[in-house]
Design a protein around this ligand. Structure first.
Ligand SMILES: C[S@@+](CC[C@H](N)C(=O)[O-])C[C@H]1O[C@@H](n2cnc3c(N)ncnc32)[C@H](O)[C@@H]1O
Length: 217
């Protein structure tokens, strides 16, 4: 598959105005081809996210820490984390088709077939040492309010790591002039502190990505 065809196929999940249910259904439609469309050469989100988690957690703690892979998709972040020695990984993923594939990987302990940031979810509070998201931000994807859930389900002292396409801050209405201000507001309120924000090149389709790392207070 060439890059143009792959870009178009992926864009179906990011059409302006797409609703959360439509997003989940679009991923279900493309689930069988997802790993080919967003191949590791075209989309480096899972690799970047897993490397960031590994940079924050020393090897001796990797068998103990509890991780949740939010917007886990087909499970690529979990597979990479397992390769790095992490063994206690849960997943949250609203698309039925993607969930069916991630369950087959065998790397996840508990799975949640739910959205983040869209009403109440059933993940218990103060549960995770690391919450990681690769590619879960976008048009109709995790809304700004999802940050409240991220903070709620992460333990005090735990990390929230979000990897997303940089340009979404410019044209996804949900995020433009809202996502970073809300993150800053949460820091002002003392619920989390920023550890690092960095730009990474060639995140997806040769476009830059952002890696946000926060520590929950
Ligand atoms: C580009 S895929 C990323 C999958 C995986 N993390 C990866 O990097 O390969 C985006 C995923 O976000 C999920 N998603 C969309 N909206 C979401 C929400 N509100 N909460 C949680 N996951 C969501 C989709 O179902 C889809 O599986």
């Amino acid at each position: 598959m060439d890059d143009k065809t792959a870009y178009k196929a992926n864009y179906r999940c990011h059409e302006p105005g797409i609703t959360p249910d439509q997003v989940a259904d679009s991923y279900t439609d493309m689930a069988q081809n997802y790993d080919e469309i967003l191949s590791p050469e075209r989309y480096r989100g899972p690799e970047i996210a897993a490397n960031e988690v590994a940079a924050r957690i020393s090897e001796d703690k990797r068998g103990i820490v509890r991780i949740i892979d939010v917007a886990a998709g087909t499970g690529r972040v979990g597979i990479l984390l397992k390769d790095k020695g992490f063994s206690n990984i849960d997943a949250l993923e609203p698309s039925k088709g993607m969930m069916a594939l991630l369950e087959k990987t065998g790397v996840y302990t508990n799975t949640y077939s739910e959205f983040l940031g869209v009403g109440q979810n059933s993940v218990p509070k103060d549960t995770y040492d690391v919450l990681v998201i690769a590619g879960g931000m976008g048009e109709g994807h995790i809304p700004v309010k999802g940050i409240d859930d991220m903070i709620r389900i992460t333990k005090s002292g735990g990390f929230v790591i979000i990897v997303m396409r940089k340009e979404y801050l410019d044209y996804v209405e949900e995020y433009k002039d809202k996502l970073i201000p809300y993150m800053d507001e949460m820091e002002k309120q003392g619920t989390w502190t920023k550890v690092e924000l960095k730009t990474v090149h060639n995140y997806s389709f040769n476009k830059d990505g952002l890696v946000f790392t926060y520590k929950v207070v």
